[in-house]
Design a protein around this ligand. Structure first.
Ligand code: NAI
Length: 290
């Protein structure tokens, strides 16, 4: 059994849905958990200490160890306070699961700057701020595990979610760069693109999804990715309903000429669009251009 004894984890947005399920699973397997949740509405308005406190109570009742944090991931002070909760309560920090999220769906033409910025702030800035506040502790320990929460909407696009999909694809870039920079200090970072029945999706998913797409079926992957034994880093995984799949950004073989003109492109568009054989890294992409 993969256990987390002596490991300390932060799970943001852990008062409901996926984050709650991640926190419960990690705590059940021995991790000491900072249960962070601002406790607001789905659109990020309001705040309440209730959700984080309830999850801490449940963990404690089950014999685990947890502390609540109601700090806002989207502010530098909030992110620092979340990390300080881990250090003050448990003396170390090994795992960060950036899960907090809000929704402000609008069709692209109607999207407001406020709705765009609010969503980017919680998902992207929040994940950046909490990971960065945790980073010195992980570097010092020569060990760290980070999971960021992307979305199929970000990877593939979705109607009404220009703000959310921008944020969720942004998290892929953040994840890959933390993986590159953290590698020599034993820090591994991955992203998940989940589907689960939560308050965020219950109005959008068909009713029959409730039984199959449980948060627990996402948390199993999160737990594996943040375990000592998992050296995977810089990857993105689609996860839901019991299925897990690697998602990768790939570059096709391309088409090249020394005389690149718009007309030459029009003539050779099929080759430009070819998918096989593909490359997966920036250095292989550069090599293919030479
Ligand atoms: P949820 O609404 O149940 O949970 C999100 C939690 O984040 C809430 O408890 C909320 O209070 C908290 N939160 C929001 N803003 C915060 C802030 N500034 N600071 C601290 N906490 C904050 O939704 P769900 O579905 O559990 O979402 C979890 C993550 O998974 C989100 O990042 C979401 O975008 C992502 N996701 C969920 C999918 C699904 O199918 N449920 C699909 C794709 C991505």
């Amino acid at each position: 059994m993969l256990r987390f004894d002596d490991r300390v984890a932060i799970v943001t947005g852990a008062g409901h849905g996926l984050g709650r399920s991640h926190a419960l699973l990690l705590a059940e397997r021995g991790a000491k958990v900072v249960v962070n949740d601002l406790g607001g509405a789905l659109d990020g308005t309001g705040a309440s200490a209730g959700p984080a406190a309830e999850v801490v109570e449940l963990i404690t009742k089950n014999g685990g160890q947890a502390v609540a944090s109601t700090d806002d991931v989207a502010t530098p002070e909030g992110a620092r306070a979340i990390v300080r909760s881990a250090i003050d309560a448990f003396g170390r920090l090994d795992i960060v699961v950036n899960n907090a999220g809000i929704l402000r769906d609008k069709s692209f033409g109607k999207m407001t700057v406020e709705d765009f910025d609010a969503v980017i702030a919680v998902h992207v800035r929040g994940s950046y701020l909490v990971s960065q506040a945790a980073y010195p502790y992980m570097k010092e320990a020569g060990y760290g595990r980070v999971v960021n929460t992307s979305s199929p909407a970000g990877l593939f696009g979705n109607f009404g979610q220009a703000n959310y999909s921008t944020a969720k694809m942004g998290l892929v870039g953040l994840t890959k760069t933390i993986a590159v920079e953290g590698a020599r200090n034993g820090i591994r970072a991955n992203a998940i693109a989940p589907i689960a029945w939560t308050r965020m999706t219950e109005a959008l998913l068909p009713a029959e999804f409730e039984q199959k797409f449980t948060p627990e079926r996402v948390s199993a992957l999160v737990a594996y990715l943040v375990h000592d034994s998992c050296e995977v880093s810089g990857e993105v995984f689609s996860v839901g309903g019991g299925r897990v799949a690697r998602v990768f950004v790939a570059e096709g073989p391309g088409w090249k000429t020394d005389d690149l003109t718009p007309e030459a492109l029009a003539m050779n568009w099929e080759s430009v669009m070819a998918e096989q054989p593909y490359v997966l890294t920036a250095s292989d992409s550069m090599k293919a251009m030479l």
